[in-house]
Structures are given as C-alpha cells and as structure tokens.
Design a protein around this ligand. Structure first.
Ligand code: SAM
Length: 242
C-alpha cells in the first residue's frame, strides 16, 4: 500500500491468544510500522484492544501496543474506553470486565475532528456562575443552559445480536465490535470521501459503516473464511460489493 495514503484506520487485532482465528500468525510490530507508514499526516488509527488474563494476571498487551505505537512515532491522541452495556459474569474474585481500550493514535495532530455531541442532563434557564472573581464572590446570571455538549471519551454500546449488529451472518465471526462504535469513530475522525482502512476486518464491520457513511474503504483479513463473510455481509446490507 502507498505511503501516506490512508485517512483513518479503525481496527481490532487478535487479543493475545484468546481466540486463535484458525491459527493465523499476527506480527504486531510489523503491522504497527506499516500502519504508521501508510497513514497520512494528520491521519488517525483507532486501535481497539483488550487483555487476556493469565493465571490471575492481566497481560496488559493493550498498553504494550500503545507504548510501541508511541515509540515508532504516533501521538497517543486519546485513550478511550469502549464500555459494554451487557457483559456475562466472568470471575468470582474480580469485577466483571466491561470494557476494552480504544487507543486513538495520530500521525501528528488530527486533520479532522467532528466531535459527537450528547444532550446535557439538565435544560432550560438557570442561574449560572458568570464570573468568579479573586475575592471568590460568584456573580450569577440567569442564562439558558446549552442543550448539548461534546461526548466524553467513554463510549457505551450494547453487544451481541441486535446490539452490535442485526446482521446474523456477522456472528459467524467470533469477535465482532458494534457497528455504532465503528461509525462513531468514522464520523469523528474522517470526512465524506476519505479512505477508511481495516487491516483485520473480520466480518467487515468497519467496511460496512464506512460505505454507509460515504467513505471509501479497504478491508483486509488473513482468513479467507472471514473475508467471505465480510463480502456476503456487504452485498446483503449494501446491495453491492465494490
Ligand atoms: C478481533 S477480530 C476483528 C473483528 C472485526 N473488527 C469485526 O467487527 O468483525 C481480529 C481479526 O484479525 C484477523 N487476523 C489475525 N491475524 C491477522 C494478520 N496477520 N493479518 C490480517 N488479519 C489478521 C483475524 O482473522 C480476525 O478476523
């Protein structure tokens, strides 16, 4: 792939050896280096990753990945959280794991940021602090509360059928992420017509959401089986595979 050619990558690697994806080998450092090379200046890579627990000890592979990306030149623009609204109980001596990391890596500073908004909790007119002087006297004025604010960097999604997607075929892949998660990143870090890439596209979630949001997409997976699923899903839901 060409150097400096990709606007945005949204992807999720195999997590340690939690699932073996038919035994394919995943060379993290090589992939990290190539992602840096092909990303445009100001382009973003969203790296979504969790950790395995080895005999009661979390691997922290997620953090090791983030540190390595930083070492090879990416700015770690944000460490976001993908929080799952519904998760099965997993460990008797720890809280149920309900999140993964979404590292937002950038080659320089993001050339695109379209912040997603959410409604403010309260609305209407309220006495708001206008000026806090050095004497600690607050002058208050009656003002309209803003109706919405920029979202926080903790994003919540329902997972599973109907949550991640309604496409039954996607569940032939063992580890998909929610369509809305991919879409939220695509809208935040890219514009219409930009190229969105997923080098480990699995069931094709990133590709589908890129196409639905008028972006171009490139999806790669080492498994022919998963590529077949992704292609069929794209044809079923978009009517075309291009
Ligand atoms: C966590 S899954 C991605 C799932 C995807 N985000 C989705 O929503 O369907 C990781 C994917 O990485 C693929 N993979 C593993 N090693 C790879 C490699 N060396 N090159 C490309 N893809 C690889 C696996 O086949 C698997 O589909």
């Amino acid at each position: 792939m060409d150097t400096n050619s990709i606007d945005l990558t949204v992807t999720s690697p195999p997590y340690d050896d939690l699932r073996n994806y038919n035994g394919y080998k995943f060379e993290f450092k090589k992939m990290a280096y190539e992602l840096y090379r092909i990303t445009k200046k100001g382009g973003v890579v969203v790296w979504i990753v969790g950790d395995k627990i080895n005999k009661g000890n979390k691997t922290l592979t997620s953090f090791k990945h983030a540190l390595y990306f930083q070492e090879i030149g990416f700015n770690v623009h944000d460490t976001m959280i993908y929080a799952k609204k519904n998760t099965p109980f997993m460990r008797s001596n720890a809280y149920t794991n309900g999140h993964e990391y979404m590292f937002v890596l950038c080659k320089g500073s993001p050339k695109t940021f379209n912040p997603l908004k959410e409604p403010t909790v309260r609305s209407g007119i309220e006495m708001l602090v206008h000026n806090k002087g050095a004497d600690a006297n607050n002058s208050k004025v009656l003002k309209e509360l803003k109706k919405e604010k920029t979202k926080s960097n903790i994003w919540y999604y329902a997972v599973g059928l109907g949550g991640s997607t309604k496409d039954k075929i996607a569940f032939k892949h063992p580890a998909i992420y929610p369509e809305k998660l991919a879409q939220d990143h695509i809208l935040s870090w890219s514009d219409n017509g930009d190229i969105v890439f997923d080098p480990m596209c699995g069931s094709g979630t990133t590709c589908k959401m890129a196409a639905l949001n008028n972006r171009k997409y490139i999806g790669i997976d080492i498994s022919k089986e998963y590529i077949n699923i992704a292609q069929k899903r794209l044809v079923d839901t978009l009517g075309v595979f291009a």
